[in-house]
Design a protein around this ligand. Structure first.
Ligand code: ATP
Ligand code: MG
Length: 269
């Protein structure tokens, strides 16, 4: 089916802890993502954004509700099937890079293939391609602590792109970076969507970064409080603005109307 959703959350509930101590972090989250969309998720710290992303990626299981990938509920899959789906279809960029400190940039990028038992001569050319794509040619043999923050984040994105996944989940990929470096990292995700047709779901605090998405969803008190279709919100003149500043301003104004604007590092110039 041409219009089938690639990723869908239905009535997701997530509680941590048991009994009287249980904390309900997600309380009925619905999300429908069409193939090739770039979706941004915003929300205050602690609102459950990372929790949601982990559930969407099948890294954790919901207390109730389900995640569907290509129409298939993850709860219908065995552990092994879920692992394979994650390996082949979903690339995850974690909030804190999660690079292995004793491995070089190239080895970190190759790691998913190594874990899958693929031979180095098979994955080698793809690793070279990805290193080129994320611009780490000169850094491939450096350990994570010898890389800058932006380079570490690009290595983490390279690792997520290795298997050419159709879905990329990125948790604040620009959160720890300065503005310029952050835009370099964002450009990789935009290229993944626009050049390779990959579907991107990205958590961000930054309206100017979110403005590069097709749609923005605001998570608050365990559920989506509002949605914004970015392209519908801005004039055609603003949409053509290559700096995306007008789009960023539209996202900021939307947040302000909702009374949700946090510190907007880059939206105020
Ligand atoms: N493994 C866990 N066990 C218990 N509580 C958890 C666990 N993971 C997250 N939480 C709690 O769930 C809530 C949501 O956490 P989450 O990491 O999803 O927030 P977030 O929106 O990503 O925040 P941030 O913007 O700070 O990254 C927090 O109150 C957190 O303490
Ligand atoms: Mg988080």
């Amino acid at each position: 089916m041409a219009d089938q959703l690639i990723l869908e959350a239905r009535g997701l509930i997530k509680e941590y802890g048991e009994g009287g101590m249980a904390q309900r972090v997600l309380d009925g989250v619905d999300l429908a993502v069409s193939p090739g969309r770039f979706v941004a998720i915003m929300g205050p710290s602690g609102s459950g954004k990372s929790t949601l992303l982990h559930l969407l990626g099948g890294l954790d299981t919901p207390t109730a509700g389900d995640v569907h990938v290509d129409g298939v509920p993850l709860s219908d899959l065995s552990d092994r099937e879920r692992t394979l789906l994650r390996r082949d279809r979903i690339g995850i960029v974690y909030q804190f890079f999660n690079l292995v400190p004793v491995l070089t940039a190239a080895e970190n990028i190759a790691l998913p293939a190594v874990i899958s038992g693929i031979a180095p001569k098979t994955y080698g050319p793809r690793v070279d391609e990805v290193i080129d794509l994320v611009g780490l040619d000169g850094e491939r043999d450096k350990l994570p602590n010898q890389l800058s923050g932006g380079q570490q984040q690009r290595a983490a994105i390279g690792r997520a792109l290795l298997s050419e996944p159709s879905i990329i989940l990125a948790d604040e990929p620009t959160g720890n970076l300065d503005l310029r470096t952050g835009f370099g990292v964002l450009a990789l995700l935009v290229a993944a969507q626009q050049d390779l047709g990959q579907t991107v779901v990205m958590v961000t605090h930054d309206p100017l970064i979110a403005a590069h998405a097709d749609e923005v969803h605001l998570l608050r008190d365990g559920a989506f409080a509002a949605d914004l279709t970015v392209s519908e919100q801005v004039s055609s003149e603003a949409a053509a603005d290559p700096t995306h500043e007008s789009r960023g301003r539209a996202v900021l104004e939307w947040l302000q109307e909702l009374g949700a604007a946090g510190p907007a590092r880059s939206a105020v110039h």
